[in-house]
Design a protein around this ligand. Structure first.
Ligand SMILES: Nc1ncnc2c1ncn2[C@@H]1O[C@H](COP(=O)(O)OP(=O)(O)OP(=O)(O)O)[C@@H](O)[C@H]1O
Ligand SMILES: [Mg+2]
Length: 234
């Protein structure tokens, strides 16, 4: 039977080996997200949030446990197939925006679509639509250094959406922004989550993320220590 979850992780463990020492970053994590759900993963620094997000986003493989994305068990895939899943099903937003500094906003946004095989013209057209969606169509020709932090993060959100993924993953998206701008980015992500029915998973220690999410999962020392649905969510 196929799962009703878009993201389904079971018993995830991740051990980083550094010479003779081992860091047990995740020690058996289960996490599920339904289509269109907004899940906040909260925890202090070092609790394993980024590690978890990297595994869910097929950027890295778990030491133990399984991850299914849209019904596909990632452990059965070769690296090239993982790259394909990343490109088609998942959009990433990071704390430090990770834009290419030499490219304009427009070209940063259109690049993943071109890499996925679209023509430059087609990619540019859709990139402009995505910039419009995040309210930045009049900044298309600006380079990252010619944009505010909040604007750079909006460009990153537009880039995350360009391949029309079902899943958006964000790692501390407000971590490098002032309070007000950070809230605007969270509201933008939530708006996209609701209006475009994207599954949204944000890992953060910004408590406002938990206030906006449908469900909050608390991580501590690599294990889930609590889970809570927001009142009125669903
Ligand atoms: N590549 C790595 N090699 C070795 N240890 C790592 C590596 N990445 C993370 N760790 C360790 O794994 C643990 C979890 O790290 P992780 O980055 O997932 O935490 P986090 O919750 O995202 O923290 P922060 O809020 O500071 O970003 C930490 O103890 C960290 O030192
Ligand atoms: Mg982190």
């Amino acid at each position: 039977m196929s799962s009703k979850y878009l993201v389904e992780a079971n018993g995830l463990k991740k051990v980083y080996k550094l010479g003779k020492t081992e860091v047990h970053a995740l020690r058996g994590v289960d996490l599920k997200a339904s289509p269109g759900e907004f899940v906040a993963v909260m925890g202090v620094s070092g609790s394993g949030k980024s590690t978890l997000l990297h595994l869910l986003g097929a950027l890295d493989r778990p030491t133990e446990g399984s991850i299914k994305i849209d019904g596909v068990d990632l452990s059965t895939l070769k690296d090239s197939q993982l790259a394909d899943i990343r490109s088609k099903k998942i959009g990433f937003v990071f704390q430090f925006f990770n834009l290419l500094t030499r490219l304009t906003a427009l070209r940063n946004v259109q690049l993943p679509l071109e890499i996925a095989g679209a023509s430059a013209k087609e990619a540019q057209k859709r990139a402009l639509e995505m910039l419009k969606l995040v309210g930045l169509e009049d900044r298309a020709s600006h380079r990252p250094t010619e944009l505010s932090g909040g604007e750079q993060q909006r460009v990153a959100v537009a880039r995350a959406l360009i391949n029309n993924p079902k899943i958006l993953l964000a790692d501390e998206p407000t971590g490098n922004l002032d309070t007000k701008t950070g809230l605007e980015i969270l509201q933008l992500l939530k708006q996209i989550n609701k209006e475009k029915s994207k599954t949204l998973i944000i890992v953060s220690h910004d408590l406002r993320v938990a206030e906006l999410a449908d469900r909050t999962v608390n991580l501590r020392d690599g294990v889930v220590v609590g889970e809570k649905a927001r009142k009125g969510a669903g």
